[in-house]
Design a protein. Structure first.
Length: 349
């Protein structure tokens, strides 16, 4: 019997020891992979962006400042983490370098005109977060060609960006590759410059990109975007797939922007609502009650900080793409679910 207890005690110690070793190993893994802690230690978030897209991500060479829809998404992340929307380092990335930069931890998050696909998640070991902008692939050409359909462009030289879904979608749409003459580019600027000077006849890309770029031409009225959509292009930020906490944070920042608009809470009224609301859902949302910030490793006022310093989704959209801008892109699918769009956030509770 004595020997039995000795063996039992020894086994128990071994089990406890294994549990502690496993727990320690898991804790080390969490600390090693904690993107949030790395960002806090660094004092800034590093956002990989496309800086060649007016309205989404664009560098003002006179002021040295970035602006656009995607830039404001980065600012929302900074506000959630630091309570300050300006603690960001922007790293411009071309289409052929963006995923490698994310894999190498050169950037914390990739925010640009990147289409979410199964292949990209599987091959590049990344995770996309909720879709921030629903788009589709279109074609722009010179008005003088008098083209109305895809068939009207037969024999045309068409520019497209390397390492994007654009090429595959276009080739699937065209039964014969002899239908057009493809010309490939590594940057948007090179592609649109070639089109502007007439080296290529047309461009195929995301319709939002075509719409904003068109307005940057000296003669936008001399260019048309054909009334067709070649593909679905759900554009979403991406993170590495080794940090669930960071994936959750970026996901819920997007959802928070949706929710703030749904509840009609914006940068102008958020202080009043925070101080007067009796709605327990809104109290929790703005950090007056509950602990939804702590669950993510953030301050409980993280959503309040986003709304106060950056605004809700509607404010971001209108500021960069809405009716008061030169682009004036209708919300369409990028409207709230209760207004005929596809934006829908799960409950933040």
């Amino acid at each position: 019997m004595k020997m039995f207890f000795i063996l039992f005690a020894s086994s128990l110690l071994t089990i406890v020891g294994c549990d502690k070793t496993a727990e320690s190993s898991q804790q080390s893994k969490i600390e090693k992979n904690s993107t949030l802690q790395s960002i806090k230690n660094r004092g800034e978030i590093i956002c990989g962006i496309n800086d060649e897209l007016p309205g989404f991500g664009f560098l003002n060479k006179k002021t040295g400042e970035y602006s656009g829809f995607d830039i404001d998404i980065c600012k929302a992340l900074s506000a959630a983490i630091f309570g300050d929307a300006q603690k960001i380092k922007f790293i411009p990335l071309t289409a052929d370098k963006r995923f490698e930069a994310l894999q190498a931890s050169t950037v914390d998050v990739l925010i640009g005109n990147t289409t979410r696909t199964l292949e990209r998640e599987a091959v590049f070991n990344i995770n996309f977060v909720p879709i921030k902008f629903y788009d589709g692939q279109g074609i722009m050409t010179h008005k003088s060609r008098k083209a109305k359909t895809l068939e009207d462009l037969q024999g045309a030289t068409i520019g497209m960006l390397e390492r994007t879904t654009t090429i595959e979608h276009f080739e699937r749409k065209i039964a014969s590759k002899d239908f057009y003459i493809p010309t490939f580019f590594t940057t948007q600027n090179d592609m649109f410059k070639a089109y502007e000077i007439g080296r290529i006849d047309a461009i195929t890309s995301d319709k939002s990109e075509l719409a904003t770029r068109k307005q940057m031409f000296p003669d936008p009225e001399n260019h048309i975007i054909l009334d067709l959509t070649l593909s679905k292009e759900p554009l979403a930020p991406a993170v590495r797939n080794d940090d669930d906490q960071w994936h959750n944070i970026v996901s819920w920042v997007i959802f928070a922007l949706f929710t703030a608009e749904e509840y009609n809470i914006n940068s102008a009224n958020v202080d009043l609502i925070k101080s007067t609301t009796k709605d327990s859902r809104i109290k929790e949302l703005l950090g007056v009650e509950g602990n939804i910030g702590e669950l993510l490793g953030l301050e409980n006022t993280w959503i309040y900080n986003i709304i106060k310093t950056v605004g809700n989704y509607e404010e971001i959209y209108n500021r960069n793409l809405g009716p008061t801008t030169k682009f004036n892109i209708p919300r369409g699918q990028n409207n709230q679910y209760n207004k005929g769009g596809l934006l829908y956030a799960p409950p933040l509770q």
